[in-house]
Design a protein around this ligand. Structure first.
Ligand SMILES: Cc1ncc(COP(=O)(O)O)c(C=O)c1O
Length: 334
């Protein structure tokens, strides 16, 4: 990847003159079956630009209450896009199209906020790497079209859903008006996300990208990393999924209440700690002492993630450390 970055031919992308970026945008749009793409520094920016092209100021975006767009983009859709949001509750972030559609109030007149779009996340990060069923995504797409509202797909980890299910990327792409994908997560590029949509939407998003300060110049070195990642690191995501299942089974062997291996669809393993035991930061600090880094998502919630820098040996080490730390700390508070 570093060699591909070093060899990249570059130009000024604000003028559309960077060949690597132009190629990456066309490739990702092609994979997802959309007309055009836009390279951005982050998934937060591609989400904000996608939603911005679908939802006018003062109108609303619907999404589930665990969605990254409402939990982890620091209010960007409200602060920068003047968008209001309303949420439905979904265990594991799993989409039920009828539940989402039932919330929609398009053309609500002068009294209620009008719904302009629904956002769906695939795979679902805070849900625990959940894959959205393609049938539900299609139902959402068709119901939203009937209501005259749009769909944005936050596909930061859409690659994982594709590899886990075999559903073609273009089939997922067909379920949304705009799709955001990240090159920087399991695919292993250092930075970069791509928004895809119609030529017209991407033309508008390109203007807003510059306005938000996201117009980059000779950034082809970054696009080259993304293109390398797509060519070399996509199919290997299956290894991350298998390693995540190993981790989940190991944690469940300590106590089945901590984690349900059957609910681990991809590369994310959520751990729910009992309310009368140690807090999540305590566990994370204890595993970190043995070189195993675990995210703390709440006082009782931890998240394990596998990726291309965690090999079989690393997972074996993590399994042994997690078993010792979890069993030790849970026993000490029992
Ligand atoms: C589902 C989802 N969407 C969007 C993002 C935002 O990506 P970035 O960190 O590149 O802004 C993330 C980041 O973790 C994510 O998990």
């Amino acid at each position: 990847m570093r060699a591909a970055m070093a060899e990249a031919e570059v130009g000024d992308d604000v003028y559309g003159e960077d060949p690597e970026i132009n190629a990456l945008e066309a490739e990702v749009a092609g994979l997802l079956g959309h007309e055009a793409g836009l390279f951005c520094p982050s998934g937060s920016m591609t989400n904000m630009l996608g939603v911005r092209t679908l939802v006018p100021a003062g109108a609303e975006l619907l999404c589930d209450s665990l969605a990254h767009v409402v939990r982890a983009e620091l209010g960007g859709h409200a602060v920068l896009g003047q968008v209001t949001t309303r949420t439905w509750s979904a265990p594991r972030g799993l989409l039920e199209a009828d539940q989402a559609l039932a919330l929609a109030t398009p053309d609500a007149g002068p009294y209620l906020v009008s719904t302009a779009a629904i956002a769906v996340e695939n795979t679902h990060n805070f849900g625990g790497g959940t894959v959205q069923p393609i049938g539900e995504l299609r139902r959402l797409r068709s119901g939203a079209s009937d209501l005259g509202i749009a769909v944005h797909l936050d596909g930061a980890r859409l690659w994982n859903a594709h590899v886990a299910t075999g559903v073609p990327l273009a089939d997922y792409g067909a379920c949304a008006d705009t799709v955001s994908v990240c090159l920087s997560k399991g695919l292993g590029a250092p930075v970069g996300s791509v928004l895809v949509g119609s030529e017209e939407r991407i033309r508008v998003a390109r203007v807003w990208r510059k306005r938000y300060g996201g117009g980059m110049r000779q950034a082809g070195v970054l696009a080259a990393a993304g293109r390398y990642a797509l060519q070399h690191n996509l199919s290997r995501l299956a290894e991350d999924h298998a390693r995540a299942r190993r981790l989940a089974e190991t944690v469940a062997a300590v106590d089945p209440a901590l984690c349900d291996p059957a609910a681990v669809d991809t590369n994310i393993v959520p751990i729910e700690l009992p309310t009368d035991g140690p807090h999540a930061p305590e566990i994370a600090a204890a595993t970190a002492e043995h070189g195993v880094l675990v995210s703390v998502l709440g006082p009782r919630r931890l998240r394990l993630v596998t990726h291309l820098e965690v090999d079989d040996e690393g997972v074996a080490h993590a399994c042994s450390v997690l078993t010792d730390v979890l069993a030790g700390l849970l026993a000490s508070t029992a």
